[in-house]
Design a protein around this ligand. Structure first.
Ligand code: GDP
Ligand code: ZN
Length: 315
């Protein structure tokens, strides 16, 4: 049988078949040794094959194979730098929720998030939330930012999770896909999910209450079905988007507007810093590349790694 992992506790995996039946599966011992170096071999979102075996009154379900992942996001332990935990796999898109204030989302945070999404190969959508609460000047700021990121190729939508404004557009983008929501604490992620699906919120609450009562203090990602035919992956306690190990030389490739100009730079390994005849710097001088984007880029390659890590995790 084939299905998708909806929940993982580390020893049990809840798998949903394409016919909509849930099975609690275990993995074979040797499975743990295979694959990439991570603390967990299977993550929420994984497509797996599993066998059913009767023993007495019980039916045991055992996962026998993980299908190739189209992408996956990880969390790295900062202390044990070799330990990787796969948070989720096979995401169709990630929504970054942004607010101008309460809390403020800086462009450096947005840009780092987008670079990570590019490196993971996951399409990112920017949701500018709380537009019901902004004055005219703030709305102009949202318009400016949305126009900037649209010009680079990202879908941007101004929404109000509170009033429901443009939430239908978000639902439309989510339909038939697996999505994840990211952003600083307080930007309105829970409010949006609640506006999208009231029942789901109750469910999440129950689960977190169970968590409060004990057994597991570790939080695991979980996938939820929404009634209009969409899935979301909830990653409790992880508001950011993980990190990817990147070489200095490849960071520029994850700024799509820089990457598009790269072939016009004199040097094919141009870092767009102080090289002569750099197409990115020329475009910057001509206001064809945004200074905020270039600033984020320079910050990233001159790299205060620790700050970068904290930043990505938000909060
Ligand atoms: P989360 O930490 O990202 O899950 O944020 P919450 O959903 O808990 O929202 C944080 C606060 O922002 C709450 O007081 C919400 O009522 C408020 N909030 C969320 N969305 C909106 C919105 O669209 N407009 C306004 N004015 N407030 C909002
Ligand atoms: Zn260059």
């Amino acid at each position: 049988m084939i299905g998708t992992v909806y929940k993982s506790t580390g020893s049990w995996y809840t798998v949903k078949t394409d016919d909509g039946v849930f099975y609690d599966c275990r993995i074979k011992g040797k499975f743990r040794l295979k694959g990439i170096k991570s603390t967990n071999p299977i993550a929420v979102g994984d497509r797996v094959s599993f066998d059913l075996e009767k023993s007495g009154d019980e039916t045991n379900a055992t996962i026998t194979e993980i299908k190739d992942r189209k992408n996956y996001i990880v969390r790295k332990s900062v202390n044990l730098s070799k330990q990787t935990h796969i948070i989720a796999a096979n995401l169709d898109q990630v929504f970054l929720m942004i607010t101008l204030n309460n809390p403020q989302t800086f462009t450096s945070f947005i840009d780092r998030f987008l670079v990570t999404a590019e490196a993971y190969g996951i399409p990112a959508v920017l949701l500018f939330n709380k537009i019901d609460s902004y004055d005219e000047d703030e709305l102009l700021d949202v318009k400016y930012l949305a126009a900037l990121y649209r010009s680079i190729g990202y879908t941007c939508v101004g929404i109000s999770a509170k009033t429901g404004k443009n939430v239908d557009k978000v639902k439309e983008m989510m339909t038939g896909k697996i999505s994840m929501f990211s952003g600083h604490s307080g930007v309105g992620k829970s409010t949006l999910v609640n506006t999208i699906d009231k029942e789901l919120n109750i469910k999440t609450k129950e689960i977190s209450e169970q968590h409060m009562q004990g057994q597991h203090t570790t939080t695991f990602a979980e996938m939820y079905d929404l009634d209009f035919g969409a899935q979301i992956i909830d990653t409790p306690g992880i508001r950011g988007f993980g990190i990817v190990d990147m070489e200095k030389e490849e960071i520029g490739d994850y700024f799509p507007e820089f990457f598009a100009l790269k072939s016009e730079c004199k040097f094919n390994n141009c870092l767009h810093i102080d090289e002569p005849k750099c197409a990115v710097k020329d475009a910057l001088e001509n206001d064809e590349v945004a200074w905020s984007r270039y600033k984020s880029y320079v910050q990233m390659i001159t790299g205060e790694e620790e700050n970068y890590r904290q930043d990505i995790y938000g909060d």
